[in-house]
Write a protein that binds this ligand. Structure first.
Ligand code: SAM
Length: 287
């Protein structure tokens, strides 16, 4: 079980650590990792319950592991943390040892999960990852295979970027350079409407849990912190920059699988046709 360690141990750990700290989370009473992304704030916005007893949790893009260790602390029966980087890169291994945690780590890309995992998870977290992906729909399609209970997505949306006329319309902005937050590893941000449509198209029923506005307002809310900030983020409407969406798998097969001529069935069918042609031509040759 991930437990807090002593303040002295935690401070010594941070003093010798050389990993990039992206997340801020508690290691010991009063001792926090020095990242900017506050995992308590994030989990509050994501509506993650204080009690996860018995649940299985998949944290994709785990980075320093703050969310994964907290899920374990909240009683999750099994926590699997995934990232494309090796676990040493963001100090997942060292922090796990410090906290005496059991959370497992898999180095993989979100796209690979259906092939690598033979199970579905009660709670799947995709926090701060979607806009880093060059193939966001492929990721959602892949996630449909591993979400048993619910998927929580925290992501950038482009409503505040594309102007009032675009709010409420299913548009997606592409960022070929570092236009989104000065980070060249950010590629796409949908409008909130487009994100909901993406989820539906990949076989999920989505609901917006929170959205929050740009710049000055956001900074003021962040200073206020805690429940006031969460409540305001839940109320905010209009030109959002970020949001949290909860997506539950629908019973049926995703709609796109039935109708997309460029994917899935056609690919399968054309492979079958090619295989059948090979079989018939080899039997023809032997005649
Ligand atoms: C902005 S950080 C978010 C970290 C954490 N989830 C949070 O919200 O604090 C994005 C993380 O996603 C990881 N990532 C990027 N592309 C990924 C992919 N294709 N599959 C899995 N993880 C990915 C990055 O390595 C990085 O650790």
């Amino acid at each position: 079980m991930a437990e807090l360690t002593t303040p002295a141990e935690a401070s010594a750990f941070l003093a010798r650590s050389s990993v990039p700290w992206h997340q801020r989370f508690q290691l010991a009473p009063g001792v926090y990792t020095p990242g900017v992304n506050d995992t308590d704030l994030l989990l509050g916005l994501a509506g993650v319950p204080a009690d996860l007893s018995g649940l299985t949790v998949l944290d994709i893009g785990t980075s320093n592991g703050g969310v994964a260790f907290e899920a374990e602390r909240r009683g999750a029966a099994r926590v699997l943390a995934v990232d494309v980087t090796p676990m040493e890169y963001c100090g997942f291994d060292e922090t796990r040892e410090l906290l005496g945690a059991r959370a497992e780590f898999l180095q993989a890309s979100v796209y690979e999960l259906p092939e690598l995992l033979d199970e579905q998870f009660d709670l799947v977290l995709l926090l701060g990852v979607l806009y880093h992906l060059r193939h966001p729909l492929l990721a959602l399609d892949a996630l449909r295979h591993v979400v048993g209970g619910e998927l929580v997505i925290e992501t950038a949306v482009c409503d505040a970027d594309v102007g009032r006329h675009a709010v409420g319309r299913p548009l997606v902005r592409f960022y070929p350079g570092a236009e989104l937050d000065g980070d060249p590893t950010n590629w796409f941000a949908p409008t909130l409407r487009a994100l909901l449509d993406w989820c539906e198209s990949s076989g999920f029923a989505p609901t917006v849990l929170a959205q929050w506005p740009p710049g000055r307002v956001l900074r003021r809310l962040l200073r206020a912190g805690g429940p006031r900030w969460w409540a305001a983020a839940r109320r905010a409407r209009g030109a959002a920059r970020r949001c949290v969406v909860r997506a539950v798998p629908t019973g049926s097969r995703p709609g796109w699988a039935e109708k997309s001529w460029a994917e899935w069935d056609l690919v399968v069918e054309s492979r079958q046709i090619a295989a059948e042609r090979r079989t018939s031509s080899s039997s023809g040759a032997s005649r």
